[in-house]
Write a protein that binds this ligand. Structure first.
Ligand SMILES: C[S@@+](CC[C@H](N)C(=O)[O-])C[C@H]1O[C@@H](n2cnc3c(N)ncnc32)[C@H](O)[C@@H]1O
Length: 277
């Protein structure tokens, strides 16, 4: 399939308008690979026809988004949550015994299920607690897959040891499916980060990893605003490796006690706190 300059410009423009994600020139090679499969799958004969469908707004598959993910991606963030952020929350939430976590831009759900495993592997410690884990993504088709919780042999092995795989996944005709107790801990919804945050709106921990990389500065700042508004004042934000809030927003500052976590700042709080990050 030949992708002309004008088609690639239109497609990149549509993607950015809908999700904020910029398809820079160096990433335009994705167009050919991502769309060839989509055209085949949907029986759409030509790229021009696909563009018409997209412009008419009838095709929500957003096939150009980068959905790369795997279980316990980069490992150390999950250790940080388990060893630093969660013990602090346990102390602070003794009254309510409720912890709310949002995996924003969760793709096919591995991040949310990894979080669920952290809790499920310590049943005694978390007995009596309500743990709400929400995974959200702008792309309907990845959310559908996340809800289903079924992964190929390759996907389930990426990031999981054999014991974890056998304990938390069962083999089915379609692949490895997260066991029901794990699926019950996680809920998924379609949500665009450019829009107001999903319910319940006061999350204790927000993970937004490897999502904001290709947003322009203005849109990224908007997303940080929305996330700060959606968090408990003592909540923590975690970004992907190499991502930071520094120089991007005044609504978060680097937690001095926990490298890799960011704390929200109220809209009108003293700006020096933000700049001190
Ligand atoms: C590279 S994946 C990262 C998945 C996971 N957070 C991780 O780090 O493994 C990025 C995800 O962000 C989603 N995404 C991109 N723009 C978005 C937006 N505006 N709102 C919500 N999700 C978005 C994409 O659909 C994709 O599934």
């Amino acid at each position: 399939m030949q992708v002309s300059d004008s088609s690639s410009r239109i497609l990149a423009g549509l993607l950015e308008a809908r999700t904020g994600q910029q398809l820079t020139m160096s990433r335009r090679w994705r167009i050919e690979t991502a769309l060839a499969a989509l055209l085949r799958e949907r029986g759409i004969p030509t790229l021009d026809e696909l563009i018409t469908i997209l412009v008419m707004g009838r095709e929500p598959s957003l096939a150009l988004l980068n959905n790369e993910t795997y279980f316990f991606r980069d490992r150390s963030p999950f250790d940080l949550l388990q060893k630093v952020a969660l013990p602090k929350l346990v102390q602070r939430r003794q009254q309510t015994k409720r912890i709310s976590i949002w995996s924003a831009g969760c793709s096919t759900g591995q991040e949310a299920y990894s979080l669920a495993m952290l809790f499920a592997e310590e049943p005694v410690k978390w007995a009596g607690w309500t743990i709400d884990i929400l995974g959200s993504d702008v792309s309907e088709c990845v959310v559908r897959r996340a809800r289903e919780g079924t992964y190929s042999q390759f996907e389930v092995q990426r990031g999981l040891g054999i014991n974890q795989m056998i304990r938390w996944f069962e083999e089915t005709d379609n692949g490895w499916r997260a066991v029901e107790p794990l699926r019950r801990m996680v809920r998924f919804q379609v949500h665009n980060l450019l829009e107001p945050a999903p319910h319940p709106g006061k999350f204790d921990i927000v993970l937004c990893r490897n999502v904001l990389l290709y947003l322009n500065g203005e849109r990224r700042a908007q997303v940080f605003d929305r996330m700060a508004d959606a968090m408990a004042p003592d909540g923590s934000l975690m970004l992907g490796a190499g991502e930071t809030v520094i120089g991007q927003t005044r609504r978060f500052w680097a937690d001095p006690d926990s490298r890799g976590l960011y704390r929200p700042i109220e809209e009108n709080e003293h700006p020096q706190i933000a700049l001190g990050a």
